[in-house]
Design a protein around this ligand. Structure first.
Ligand code: GLN
Length: 267
């Protein structure tokens, strides 16, 4: 199983922001919003200078590709608004850069392609840093830790990652869950869906491997399902950009400032 090497590879960078990812669900939107507003006000002069130097897909805007079906990082409210940890973080970065945030919602694999094709400046969608992705796009410093978890029906005999052998596994299309499971258990064992939890509910698969933060929310909303305590893999989330993007330094600097002034933790 590859999870061991992944874990050791990721461990050092992940530690400092682990609490952030794991406690994010309970975060207060109002405190996040107010700290974003105050940091924006104090850096206004710097921002306009920075904006003048930055070339973006659309002038004056920071265009973010996402897939708003990944709570609490990005989700769509009943009234059609896109919100979440990634959205608040991107807003705070955009303000630091003196840009207006523009969000483009699409499928996850399309969001990854969007920056590679120069249609978006950044992709923020709980995107895991992998070597394969690094070959085709650049990543910012990591801003959170992700965990691949396993969702099963309450009465399942699957109790650990090893028990997935011989089972039908559902994953989200284009995600690391799909990549790891097909590597570990073979292509025939894994099916990619736009909504893998629904496939589990329908009995089409025996388990779903998916990021832990949305897993917890999906299980809370779907009685009869549970998340196993043993995680399948640990990962780093980062902001994806085109290879050689001129925005990379500015984005990393903004992230560093947002970590230092506590905005990221508040979000
Ligand atoms: N973290 C996973 C990945 O990068 C899944 C992200 C997602 O489904 N939005 O592949």
């Amino acid at each position: 199983m590859k999870k061991i090497s992944r874990r050791s590879f990721m461990a050092a960078a992940a530690v400092s922001v682990a609490a952030l990812a794991l406690t994010a669900c309970g975060g207060s939107a109002s405190s996040a919003a107010s700290s974003v507003a105050s940091s924006a006000a104090s850096s206004e002069a710097v921002s306009s200078a920075a904006a003048a130097e930055l070339t973006t897909v659309e002038a004056g805007k920071l265009t973010m590709a996402t897939n708003a079906t990944f709570p609490p990082y990005e989700m769509t409210t009943d009234s059609g608004e896109i919100e979440g940890i990634d959205v608040d973080t991107a807003k705070a970065i955009a303000e630091k850069l003196g840009l207006e945030l523009q969000i483009d919602d699409m499928e996850f694999d399309a969001a990854l392609l969007s920056v590679q094709q120069g249609k978006a400046d950044i992709v923020m969608a709980g995107v895991t840093v992998t070597d394969e992705r690094k070959a085709v796009m650049d990543f910012s410093d990591s801003y959170a830790t992700g965990i691949q978890s396993i969702i099963v029906p309450n009465d399942s005999d699957i109790a650990s990652p090893d028990d997935l052998a011989g089972k039908k596994i559902g994953t989200q299309r284009g995600t690391t869950g799909y990549i790891y499971c097909s590597d570990d258990f073979g292509d025939d064992a894994v099916v990619a869906y736009d909504n893998a939890v629904q496939a589990l509910n329908n009995g089409q698969v025996d388990a779903v491997v998916i990021d832990n933060a949305p897993a917890q929310e999906f299980v809370a909303a779907n009685p009869g399902l549970k998340v196993l305590d043993t995680s399948y893999a640990e990962e780093d989330y980062a902001i994806g950009m085109a290879k050689g993007s001129a925005l990379e330094d500015a984005v990393n600097k903004a992230l560093e400032e947002l970590k230092a002034d506590g905005t990221l933790q508040a979000i």
